[in-house]
Design a protein around this ligand. Structure first.
Ligand code: FE2
Length: 247
């Protein structure tokens, strides 16, 4: 764990019964307790953006207030923030995304101009992605690419995305996955991106308490043991404090 004693998790699916994450409030509570025990102190709820098509943002914010109150009662000292994981797969979808962001139908990360974007997994190409990300910049947003190591894009392609100003989020669990050839590739990319200081934020992408839990300790320890300490402080805490207005 770091000297700061705090980790910022910018990517989770913990709000109850909204997406494929926590199925009910009980699971939400277990996940929050786990995150806190793991050393997370600032946590973003980033449900898949589709859930905002069926639920009013105001209702979700109200739910968050009730969850905050429960945390206080339980002495779980977590600061909770709202965002969304927004799925991009086509030219059409980027126009719709921008419209929904402008109308505040989709939330940005903690009301900043940063938005968490995930790409279509089945072989997305740089040619598709660059104009879409440029459209987001033009509309005034900064894309944070969710689990950037997962799309099969090459290191050089990811450099291009970085060069136009995209920010990158790493799924901590991807540092260790190596059961299949695909996972091994992803794992190598995750480590290379950290080594080359291309990652800006970390997240658990927690969906439940077993299969994809809100675990961070073993990964964060690994990062501190293997990479530059100041840079790891930045990706675990500093960048989020600075760019996502946590204070
Ligand atoms: Fe996710």
């Amino acid at each position: 764990m770091n000297d700061m004693g705090s980790i910022v998790d910018i990517h989770t699916h913990i709000l109850p019964a909204l997406d494929d994450g926590a199925t009910d409030l009980e699971m939400t509570r277990q996940m929050l307790r786990m995150a806190y025990e793991e050393g997370v102190r600032y946590l973003f709820f980033t449900p898949h953006a589709d859930s905002y098509n069926y639920n009013k943002l105001s209702r979700i914010r109200k739910n968050m207030d009730a969850i905050r109150e429960w945390c206080r009662d339980q002495e779980i000292n977590l600061e909770l923030f709202l965002g969304a994981e927004i799925y991009y797969d086509s030219d059409e979808s980027i126009k719709a995304i921008i419209k929904k962001l402008k109308r505040e139908k989709y939330p940005t990360l903690n009301n900043t101009n940063l938005v968490l974007i995930e790409f279509y997994m089945g072989g997305i190409t740089l040619q598709e992605v660059i104009p879409a990300m440029e459209a987001l910049f033009e509309a005034g947003y900064i894309p944070v690419i969710a689990h950037v190591e997962r799309y099969g894009l090459t290191f050089e392609e990811l450099m291009e995305l970085k060069n136009i100003g995209c920010l990158f989020q790493l799924n901590l669990c991807d540092l260790f996955y190596e059961n299949t050839a695909w996972e091994n590739e992803m794992n190598q990319m995750a480590r290379r991106l950290v080594k080359e200081k291309m990652i800006d934020f970390v997240g658990t992408d927690a969906h439940d308490v077993e299969r994809r839990p809100a675990k961070v300790v073993e990964y964060v320890d690994y990062l501190y043991s293997n990479y530059d300490k100041e840079y790891i402080d930045d990706i675990c805490v500093g960048n989020a404090e600075r760019l996502l207005k946590l204070g």
